[in-house]
Design a protein around this ligand. Sequence first.
Ligand code: B12
Length: 209
Amino acid sequence: MDSLEKTFQFVVEGHWKEMPDLAKEALDAGNQSGDILKALVSGMDTVSEEWRVGNMFIPEVLISAKAMHAGMDIIRPHLSAADVKLRGVVVIGTVQGDLHDIGKSLVGMMMEGGGFQVYDLGVDVSAAKFVEAVKEHEPDIVGMSSLLTTTLPFMRDTIRSLEEAGLRDSIKILIGGAPVTPEFAESIGADGYAPDGATAVDMAHELVG
Ligand code: B12
């Protein structure tokens, strides 16, 4: 097994402690950082799918996400412009009142894998914080995540606040999370909805043209 196949395997099996050494080994072996990133993302894709069909459980998903993060930390400085072309800037966060971050972090990492510079604002992000971050980072895309039906209205509030701040026209808004539907996205004036990380990346590419 070469180091890229091993990287994929280490994500799927959640070997987060061993991942930094493996990522360094993969770089030393002359692999491009973009290819290592692809192996990490593809490992996480497999994990998401295994979780979806019930073959993996949340604690395992969390450990795999940790392994992917550990690999990302090593290769991030090597993802130079020459290696991965910057497709745009994304600001992403889980909306106010909501502490679920697994899906949001996955989407953020996959966006990074898709060539975007990502600012992850974390969880429980108020409308005001989104507005502040848009002013600071001038993103192309704002991604919002919500896993609770009770926090869905905060997506609408955030869009309103961005409109009031005069920032809405300069960005595209992409939303997601288990209770989110395309109809809901349309009703609050978002530009798109994606059910998973891979679709989110495709849609982000479309939105930035
Ligand atoms: C793990 C989990 C937790 C963990 C969260 C840990 C963490 N660090 O995130 C803990 C234990 C803390 C937790 C707490 C709670 N939870 Co909870 N939780 C879950 C669970 C089991 C899995 C969520 C998850 O991580 N899925 C895995 C990821 C990969 O999937 P995902 O989040 O859906 O993300 C994917 C897509 O949705 C999409 N996506 C997600 N975000 C975004 C963003 C963008 C921009 C895009 C494009 C796409 C996108 O792409 C992702 C990748 O494919 C769900 C059950 C479920 N079926 O969803 C309940 C669930 C969401 N929780 C629920 C509840 C009720 C709670 C609590 C209120 C429980 C309580 N009484 O305390 C608290 C709320 C705390 C809070 N204020 O947020 C309910 C929500 C019910 C509802 N309809 O509102 C659920 C559905 C469980 C249930 N069936 O009752 N929870």
